[in-house]
Write a protein that binds this ligand. Sequence first.
Ligand SMILES: Nc1ncnc2c1ncn2[C@@H]1O[C@H](COP(=O)(O)OP(=O)(O)O)[C@@H](O)[C@H]1O
Ligand SMILES: [Mg+2]
Length: 263
Amino acid sequence: MSAAMGATGPSPKLAFEGITLDYPGLRVLDGIDLSLADGEFLAIVGPSGCGKSTLLRLASGLLDPTGGRVLLDGKPVSGPPPGVGFMFQRDTLMPWADVRRNVEVGLVLGGTPTRERPARLAELLALVGLTDFAGHRPAQLSGGMRQRVALARLLAYAPDIYLLDEPFGALDAQTKITMGRELLRIWSQRRRSVVFVTHDIEEAVTLADRVVVMAPRPGRVRSIHRVDLPRPRDPRSLRADARFREICAAIWNHIVEEEPAHD
Ligand SMILES: Nc1ncnc2c1ncn2[C@@H]1O[C@H](COP(=O)(O)OP(=O)(O)O)[C@@H](O)[C@H]1O
Ligand SMILES: [Mg+2]
């Protein structure tokens, strides 16, 4: 499946074409050209403030670019399109509803028939380890648990394309690896397209087909790294893999690289 390997063929799932985004007195993104193949897992890394979240908001149609265009399935994005699943950096759970209800909303929006919902709901709660917390409201949960609820809701919705903004940022190292493994398992079964923003390089290399490194002020693409590690990947054993370490080191060098000195 060449598309899954990150080849950007004639009709990418998602494309940023010459994207510029300005706020008054501030150029946030400058000339972003980037595309995501159907079924590809793309990770985006870069320092805080380089425009990663802004890029995802553009892809989700919540924000319009100042210049250039964003294409989803070849069509310009305007307003949140159906089939796009977004997970924000800060969770957007319904505070008055319990965990069960928050996840169920994803099933309803995703069109799961009513009689299939209870079984699917139980499966998703077990998947994210929240079976015992089904009756709790978000305020009664830790940040990591709320992220897992948001992930379960997104999986319930089963979008065509996942736009994930540091989805595991509030998780401890152990849970992060478990969730990463689950995400890979689900992704490999259904081959949806994923854009995964993170500032964790090892996480990016573990998960993605390609890793995009962004540079700040203004935000732009500094380099793109293909991750030629075989799948399925086991996050734990990868850590000792020489090729894994080599790719991480290359990405790290691009992130810390100084701007060339002016003459
Ligand atoms: N609504 C806004 N108004 C003005 N500046 C903004 C707004 N949203 C984001 N920015 C600025 O855009 C830049 C990129 O932000 P963001 O996309 O959140 O970066 P990242 O997710 O990479 O940390 C930052 O300098 C931020 O201050
Ligand atoms: Mg961000």
